[in-house]
Design a protein around this ligand. Sequence first.
Ligand SMILES: Nc1ncnc2c1ncn2[C@@H]1O[C@H](COP(=O)(O)OP(=O)(O)OP(=O)(O)O)[C@@H](O)[C@H]1O
Length: 259
Amino acid sequence: MSERGEPILVGSGLGKRYGGVVAVDDVSFSVGAGEILGLVGPNGAGKTTLVDLITGAQSSDTGQLRLDDRPVSGSAARRARLGLARTFQHPLLAPEVTVLEALVCGLVAGRMRNPWQQLVELARGAVGSVRADYPRAAELAAELGVGDLDRHCGELSLGEQRLVEVVRALAQDPVVMLLDEPFAGADHAGVAGTVEAIRTVQSRGHAVVLVDHNVDLIAGLADRLLLLDRGRVVFDGDPEACLASEEMRAVYFGGGAGG
Ligand SMILES: Nc1ncnc2c1ncn2[C@@H]1O[C@H](COP(=O)(O)OP(=O)(O)OP(=O)(O)O)[C@@H](O)[C@H]1O
């Protein structure tokens, strides 16, 4: 893993158009190891599309992406193997799976990044190797504040599901974690638990790209904010300076930074 703060994920000139809508327009950014980059902006600003372009859920029309100074391209599965892990606006946890099993899935997915390890897993037989993951998953859960490991994910509140998703993504030992609205719909305790987990993720040297509508919350967590408006970056820098900026006022209260 790179030195803390050194740019690890760098996007330049990323663009995406859907018919007549320019969702992401010539966006450049970077995020360093152990750094949290907050993506903010009003509805339709292009935050989720940018995360989709980074993770390969959507293909970009223009621009380049580099992870650890190597070009990133191809499918979402390929990018996950390179070390990009994400959560979605709507949690994707199988309801019949227990919390512990969900975290074990994260550990297994992390090992599968290495093609040789895939062969080892095959040779060992999945069950034998996975059994060894249960204590590690329980340890990770305890470290990140996830309880009730035998509950089914379908029984969890939205906030609890979001926390499990963050910890499952961390279990993959990603280089960069991209979290799309990890606080949406969570109650106070859920938000606090996920904030703690994200801080732990950061302290372990993972880079984090964080999208949320709660600008104050995200500004308190992030090292830098990227303010998007109609697909374009209108501010990139210190969170406090962003909150106080003319661009922020214009985007949220003045009908856009350009108008
Ligand atoms: N699959 C799609 N097909 C057509 N248009 C899309 C698609 N995805 C996004 N868009 C459009 O691209 C623009 C950016 O959308 P995006 O969802 O990235 O914004 P956002 O900042 O994440 O918004 P929100 O905060 O509401 O989730 C919007 O105008 C949206 O309608």
